[in-house]
Write a protein that binds this ligand. Structure first.
Ligand SMILES: Cc1ncc(COP(=O)(O)O)c(C=O)c1O
Length: 405
């Protein structure tokens, strides 16, 4: 199938058993030579992709609502992004922007300053989400002269030492690695599923502000020693905070910012980003190829109206999932914004069975948290593809509904 044919496909096409023969060869080699820490979900071995469709090494075609784990925002291999990377690769693959003045670096930080939800935005570019979080923790401590950082139970911020100290979504991320970063405290947030009930909780959920102001800041830490409160809001507009009328001092971005090239950004207003020459840097952060991909990504999002598409197709998927929920009481909750959607199931085994059942039908989904499964397709996800994804998901769910009973 051509790349255009792949991009146009609305339904999966499976031509071998899963995993197929070539996939099994890769799995066998991988099993012998890669780090056993990698949290592989199911035996999917991708070879090429276009839009929201991916073909594996055996020629099986899958509908991808993972988007490379919420990364390929403009779809797999968007021609504008591919062209920008190829052009940049032919001109200059690397020069460290920490030590010299790479033009494409400030071209991108200039674009980010135009669209950032704060005045006077400056950016520090990184290679990953976790490095953006590390940079944010360092800047918050440096610019305030304070030590403590408050994060929330249930959140995920990454796996390097600072960010994993903020992460509180699974004990496995921390087990065996302590002691972690000192000075990190956690507060209750949202409806607190799977969490102990703190003082003052009621059926509506946890009173987050009361917990921070009335408990943590009275009993554990003085407010004047808190450098930052780190929140992980859900995307659906250009910046997730725009849903909540918040103007952040520091905004962290990763994942889809460069359509799959490694890039993160720590964006702060210039009254906060006052740290001085040499206080922080990175050899590869904001490398030319990733910057080229990010600029092309921003162009495509604007020119193709992808935020509007995410809102429209996101509504279709949310409504479709609520219909599925009305037929299957295994679905406890459907939640999300735009095209970042979580489906809460009764328990982990059911979520894992639905994830595998979807894969066996050619739909790539991924579990998240204890008992949820997510759909986070590319912003180019189409309505025809969304309808097929809903059918396949319902079919997988119907097949696995008895896992826990
Ligand atoms: C909200 C959030 N923060 C931080 C990270 C860490 O990003 P990375 O894996 O690029 O280090 C992730 C990755 O899943 C994330 O979802």
């Amino acid at each position: 199938m051509t790349a255009e044919g792949l991009e146009r496909a609305e339904a999966p096409k499976l031509v071998t058993e899963l995993p197929g023969p070539k996939a099994r060869e890769v799995l066998e080699r991988d099993e012998r030579t890669t780090s056993p820490s990698l949290p592989r979900a199911y035996p999917f071995v991708p070879a090429r992709g276009a839009g929201s469709v991916v073909e594996d090494v055996d020629g099986n075609v899958f509908l991808d609502v993972n988007a490379g784990i919420a990364v390929t925002s403009t779809g797999h291999c968007h021609p504008t992004v591919v062209e920008a990377i190829q052009r940049q690769a032919a001109e200059l693959i690397h020069y460290s922007a920490s030590d010299f003045y790479l033009p494409i670096y400030s071209e991108l930080t200039g674009r980010l300053a135009e669209i950032a939800p704060m005045e006077g935005a400056r950016s520090f570019l990184t290679n990953s989400g976790t490095e953006a979080v590390e940079a944010g923790i360092k800047l918050a401590r440096w610019s305030t002269g304070r030590q403590y950082v408050i994060a929330f139970y249930g959140s995920f911020h990454g796996r390097s030492y600072g960010s994993v100290s903020l992460t509180a979504s699974k004990a496995a991320y921390r087990a065996g690695f302590g002691p972690l970063l000192p000075g990190v405290l956690h507060a209750y947030y949202g409806d607190g599923r799977d969490m102990p009930v703190p003082p003052g909780a009621d059926a509506e959920g946890f009173p987050t502000l009361e917990h921070i102001e009335g408990f943590l800041m009275k009993k554990i830490v003085a407010p004047e020693e808190v450098a930052a409160i780190v929140v992980e809001p859900v995307m659906g507009k250009m910046w997730a905070v725009e849903h909540f009328g918040v103007e952040p001092d520091i905004l962290l971005s990763g994942k889809g910012i460069a359509s799959g090239m490694p890039l993160g950004a720590m964006i702060a207003n210039d009254s906060v980003m006052t740290w001085t020459k040499g206080t922080h840097g990175s050899t590869y952060g904001g490398n030319p190829l990733s910057c080229a991909a990010a600029i092309a990504t921003l162009d495509v999002i604007e020119q193709e109206g992808l935020l509007e598409n995410a809102a429209k197709v996101g509504d279709l998927v949310m409504n479709g999932l609520r219909d599925v929920q009305s037929r299957h009481n295994a679905i406890r909750e459907v939640r999300g914004l735009g095209l970042m959607i979580g489906i809460e199931l009764p328990d982990h085994d059911t979520a894992a069975a639905v994830e595998r059942g979807a894969f066996d039908r050619g739909l790539l989904m991924l579990g998240c948290g204890e008992a949820s499964i997510r759909m986070s397709p590319a912003l180019v996800f189409r309505e025809d593809q969304a309808r097929v994804a809903l059918e396949l998901f319902e079919d997988a769910l119907a097949d696995t509904r008895n896992v826990t009973s």
